[in-house]
Design a binder for this molecule. Structure first.
Ligand code: NDP
Length: 491
């Protein structure tokens, strides 16, 4: 059997050859992790201020190279250049936030020591794990991994990054820009290849894995990490729902939901795939959303609003979901099975789709929006929550009902009168529940995700009661018993 040592990256839109990349074996992955171990000691030793300086230098390089990276992302994934630019803008903002807030969130801080610990000074600090392995997807090849890479680095870890085989060039370029800003040690490295390279990273001596990708692969990653009890962060798939209430601004809701569903050709983990619209405004909503979907320009040319389906195998999944929905009684109000014209899929809006069809239960990952009619908002909430996924969600309603509705959704994130807006706020945690995974990137939770807490209780003076000692007497026990009985006697 011959071992594949390299692979080609090609444009999903035209098939044009772009570059050749290494397939890193487990030996190469282990070597990268060993180099990262040395870099991790140096990087952690820098402390928050010096790391912040270097991360902001990296940010500067990214901003300088923004157009070039966006162009590469466009070539490699097919997404429109402006979408790629926006992705970079958001990634830069997150890197900036992580760099500037790591010290405040993770640095040593005093905490109350409580009544029984009145003689103690209690403090907590968050230390880096060491080496973090980051496995990324192709759909947002900078923004998504940056949620792990930027926050893990800011927390003081070295990172070994395995980009998707469909976005390897972008991943490698990201690491090159880091090396330009930080020359001393390879605190960020890339290992490249297929799923086997990612699997090797899970089996290597990394101290944590930050995985973003499909739920199926997430389960394999977790199983591999279980062998060494390596902790994992899983950012997996979704089937996000939007709810539209009768008092919503219908024009704004249609505009946002159309973009949430079709943007990036629907290849968005927090893409809107289902919309539940109350009966009273259903027809008007459909009319508006259909008009927008009909106008979307699809193609490889620069003015296109939707590019190709990046991963060829996804095309048959999208086609199957559309066909299954229609076979079970759903109706296409925009497009239909004929919208699937590889490598492109033109917008599809389906209505009255049975709740047990694949277009409702499985991640479609294409520009396909299902809009179903509901009688009440309670029904909308029940249906939105009845998914095995729980990543993002959206609510469109008047001021009074919107936030209350948002609080009833079993999703990790909810946008109110907008879509995906939570992803743009660096201080908000990003992640899901159920089969969408667990753990968080972004915000203070995202920084803590890549750090281990160390608790310190320092004795300031000797306690008059010798409680944690074999020299303890019955008299020593009197005060804590008295305190407990008086302070905690009520429920
Ligand atoms: P995959 O699960 O196919 O791949 C994700 C990454 O895992 C790739 O780098 C892949 O490498 C690698 N990989 C594959 N097999 C293994 C393995 N056995 N062990 C370790 N790593 C492995 O996902 P996609 O790249 O197709 O990304 C799309 C998915 O990602 C969607 O489900 C989407 O919802 C989800 N996603 C979730 C996000 C979130 O934040 N929750 C954000 C963005 C996307 P290779 O590509 O080389 O096979």
């Amino acid at each position: 059997m011959t071992v594949q040592t390299s692979f080609e990256s090609r444009s999903p839109a035209t098939g044009e050859f772009l570059a050749r990349h290494r397939v890193d074996s487990s030996v190469a992955v282990d070597a990268a992790v060993r180099r990262a171990r040395v870099a991790a000691d140096w990087w952690a030793g820098l402390g928050f201020t010096d790391r912040r300086r270097r991360l902001l230098r990296w940010k500067h390089v990214l901003v300088r190279e923004l157009d070039g990276i966006a162009e590469l992302m466009h070539q490699e994934t097919g997404k429109p250049v402006d979408d790629a630019r926006l992705e970079l803008v958001l990634a830069v903002d997150h890197l900036d936030w992580a760099a500037k807030h790591a010290g405040q969130v993770l640095g040593l801080r005093r905490v109350p020591s409580g009544l029984l610990g009145f003689n103690l000074a209690a403090s907590v600090r968050y230390l880096p794990f060491g080496v973090v392995g980051v496995i990324g997807p192709w759909n947002y090849p900078v923004f998504t991994p940056m949620g792990s890479i930027g926050y893990a680095l800011a927390a003081g870890n070295a990172v070994v990054f395995k980009p998707s085989e469909f976005a390897t060039g972008v991943g490698v370029r990201l690491v090159e820009t880091f090396a330009e800003a930080v020359h001393e040690q390879p605190a960020l490295q890339a290992v490249t290849g297929f799923g086997d390279t990612g699997a090797a990273l899970c089996r290597s001596a990394v101290d944590k894995i930050g995985f973003t990708g499909s739920t199926a692969t997430g389960k394999r990653v977790m199983a591999a990490c279980a062998q060494s009890l390596t902790p994992v962060l899983i950012e997996a798939g979704g089937k996000d729902a939007a709810i539209v209430a009768a008092d919503a601004d219908l024009g704004a809701a249609a505009e946002a939901i159309a973009f949430g569903a079709m943007g990036n050709a629907g290849q968005t983990c927090v893409g809107i795939e289902r919309a539940y619209v109350v009966d009273a405004v259903f027809d008007r909503f459909i009319e508006r959303v259909a008009a927008i979907a009909d106008r979307i320009r699809v193609g490889a040319e620069p003015q296109a609003q939707l590019g190709p389906i990046t991963m060829p195998a996804q095309v048959s999944v999208i086609r199957r979901h559309i066909e299954d929905a229609i076979a079970r009684g759903g109706r296409a109000v925009v497009g239909g099975p004929e919208s699937v014209r590889p490598p492109f899929v033109h917008p599809v809006v389906l209505v009255d789709v049975p709740e047990d069809s694949e277009a409702i239960t499985e991640e479609t990952f294409g520009p396909v929006l299902v809009v179903n009619r509901v009688r009440t908002l309670d029904e909308a909430v029940d249906r939105a929550n009845s998914s095995r996924y729980g990543l993002g969600s959206a609510v469109f309603a008047g001021r009074r009902t919107a936030t209350a509705l948002a609080h009833r959704l079993h999703a990790g994130m909810t946008s109110v009168n907008g879509v995906q807006s939570f992803a743009t706020v660096p201080s908000l945690p990003f992640g899901g529940t159920r089969e969408s995974g667990f753990g968080r990137i972004h915000g203070a939770d995202g920084l803590r995700e890549f750090a281990r807490p160390q608790a310190i209780a320092r004795q300031r003076f000797r306690s008059p009661a010798n409680l944690l000692s074999f020299a303890r007497t019955a008299r020593d026990m009197r005060v804590p018993m008295l305190l407990t009985r008086s302070l905690h006697k009520r429920g």
